[in-house]
Design a protein around this ligand. Structure first.
Ligand code: UDP
Ligand code: MG
Length: 312
């Protein structure tokens, strides 16, 4: 019998965790052809998520839980779940029921047809702010243009992956993780199923702007060197404009009497060049910072507690 692992990252999800567990358990109940394990990763929650997970784990054989020593972030929590999963396929799903568990049905069908990755593409999203919808839309399109591997549009981490893809992910030790891009990078046979993303069942988004920006940077910088090339391009463009400026200044200095004028031009040119230089250094810095993080070679996460893994 094939085993399917369902990985659920949770950060301060006390309001939803029991309902989510129930929905997943119902789903499992209807699929007796497979053996399941549900792995909840508690990403350093400061509410009662941990206690609730502990209780769920005691009651249900299929539920396993692991807790981080602090909040490491969604992408790291997903990665830890992947590391701990032992199934022939691994499903990643959010804790807030925005990704309906019933869609896993179609994912399993595609997997049985022979696909190695089946990702869920959102046809529409309910209950999210205009700002989130707009930024997400343009983020995925920009990322796709910049990235060296095609990363599917409007697709989150909700997906099913075969064991062979999971084994490859386990061997990718990078610390700035952008899981959906890494899965695209791995390759094999990939396909999508469409679904409607529902409203969050309860609680609030655990992705404030700060985390969204970090996430976007990780995605773009881990999958593209184009921002660096862009600063070179900028450099060339500025040098070209400067060259025209130089020729012009020499001309008015030697050929006319109007050469005292023009301090505004100098002022603007200095500001403009200063800006471009700072942006370029900043882009470079983002890459160097990531190299620094990688070379420190710290573990990606620290597990404080594991529950339910022993007996199965
Ligand atoms: N999450 C996490 N660690 C974090 C932030 C979020 O494990 O630091 C989890 C969260 O519990 C949820 C999933 O990641 O299961 C997606 O987060 P959320 O629903 O808040 O994001 P949104 O859907 O608003 O983008
Ligand atoms: Mg959500």
């Amino acid at each position: 019998m094939k085993t399917i692992s369902i990985v659920v990252p949770c950060y301060n999800e006390e309001d939803v965790i029991e309902v989510t567990a129930k929905r997943l358990l119902d789903f499992i109940e209807q699929h007796k052809k497979f053996k399941f394990e549900i792995i909840f990763i508690n990403d350093g929650s400061s509410d009662h998520t941990e206690e609730k997970l502990s209780t769920l784990c005691d009651i249900h054989q299929v539920i396993k839980t692991a807790s981080f020593s602090r909040n490491f972030g969604h992408q790291i929590a997903v990665s830890a779940g992947i590391d701990l999963a032992s199934g022939d396929a691994v499903v990643l799903i959010d804790a807030d029921l925005q990704d309906p568990p019933e869609v896993i049905d179609q994912m399993i069908d595609k997997w049985l047809e022979g696909y190695d990755v089946v990702y869920g593409t959102r046809t529409d999203r309910h209950g999210e702010s205009k700002f989130k919808l707009l930024t997400a839309k343009y983020f995925y399109r920009t990322l796709n243009k910049l990235s060296e591997v095609p990363i599917p549009l409007d697709t989150g981490d909700f997906r099913l992956m075969d064991k062979k893809v999971v084994e490859q992910l386990k061997n990718m030790p990078e610390k700035s993780r952008f899981v959906r891009g890494m899965v695209s990078w791995v390759g094999f046979r990939q396909t999508s199923v469409n679904y409607r993303r529902s409203e969050r069942f309860a609680g609030e988004s655990k992705y404030p702007l700060r985390k969204m920006i970090k996430f976007a940077f990780d995605g773009i910088l881990s999958f593209s060197k184009k921002p660096l090339q862009l600063s070179i391009l900028f450099g060339f463009a500025c040098s070209f404009i400067a060259l025209i400026g130089i020729v012009y200044s020499v001309y008015i200095r030697l050929m006319t009497n109007e050469w005292v004028e023009g301090w505004a031009t100098i002022f603007i040119a200095i500001l403009f060049l200063g800006g471009v230089q700072l942006i370029s250094i900043g882009i470079l810095g983002e890459y160097v910072g990531r190299i620094y993080d990688e070379t420190k070679n710290r573990p990606m996460y620290i597990l404080a507690k594991k529950n339910g893994f022993e007996n199965k």
